[in-house]
Design a protein around this ligand. Sequence first.
Ligand code: NAD
Ligand code: TYD
Length: 340
Amino acid sequence: MKNVLVTGGAGFIGSDFVRCFVERYPAYTLVVYDKLTYAGNQDNLRSVSERPNYRFVQGDIANHEQVRAALDAHEIDTIVNFAAESHVDRSILDADAFVMSNTVGVHVLLDEARKHGVERFLHVSTDEVYGDVENGYSVESDPFEPRSPYAASKAGGELLVNAYHVTHGMNTIITRGSNTYGPYQYPEKILPFFISEAMDDRPLPVYGDGRQIRDWLYVRDHVNGIDIALHQGEAGEAYNIAGEDQRINIDVTHDLLTRLGKPTTLIKHVPDREGHDRRYAMNCDKLRALGWQRQYDFDRGLAETVAWYRDNEWWWRKIKTGEYLEYYNRQYAARLAAAT
Ligand code: NAD
Ligand code: TYD
């Protein structure tokens, strides 16, 4: 029996974790704790809302009282922390919320978890803490060289997790995932953004030359990696979770257009993201040694993802209104006007 607080469980990866865990571990109680920012969405949890082992609490990880109340009320013994501001472009426009949630929020969560006597604390981090990796593959012991405000705020959170392990002996685990994709991803990240825009015959703004490389990890493979790290990882350790499927952005864009039967004239090369990392790539032998194995290569994962966005317009069309359009204009209007 475990009572698991899943912070950020109404977001993309957190909700997949919850959908997976309510079935895989019927003896666990899964308590989603989420602030419901623009990216948090109760629709993501619709399929589990009637499950007897599912609960929902609205709250902020950066608020001591709210965190303490949730830990007490649900007798939490395990925390899996997904809660974060997650989009690099937004962190370039305004990083306040990133530092507050991704660094200060992690501190508050750790502090309350320690006082409450939480037995296991898994913190979900990212390959972006390693920075731009021109050649080779990052291993867990590599130094942090974050370059975007998002990556820096995530690195700050990780340093605090490690400090609570060393100083207070907390039982912590860190996972560092690569670029994740799949159903229910907010349509600001490149894949759901480009798929939904192309479905409406709208321009696809490719940053710079489009030759940047990302390593694509299907969301359920990411969740399976977290599962193994949570149950078998060694306290104080970090584990890379890599898709081991590196792709060049412009190739991915062509691939999507082919699958959707849309013309390449939708592609617009726009001024590059500031400080854009050219490549991320990780070695994940350490997690593999615990038994993790990828189930989805990029071709299979992308086929599933394209099919899901095609079949679930109800989910993304209502997101692409209001605040989303304000963000879209701030991020893309001038860029598209300068497109080549
Ligand atoms: P997301 O933006 O879809 O979801 C984030 C969730 O956190 C939302 O439900 C939001 O409401 C919630 N949240 C934000 N601030 C909060 C706060 N202060 N208190 C409580 N809840 C808060 O993000 P995602 O893509 O699902 O990412 C989840 C985690 O995985 C993040 O920590 C992210 O850094 C990490 N990660 C993401 C990727 C990726 O490619 N998406 C890759 C590696 C790691
Ligand atoms: P993104 O999905 O924002 O993830 P991350 O920045 O965390 O890697 O972007 C993935 C890649 O796609 C990255 O190299 C930036 C690029 N990109 C574009 O070219 N155009 C876009 O509109 C977006 C959102 C991303």
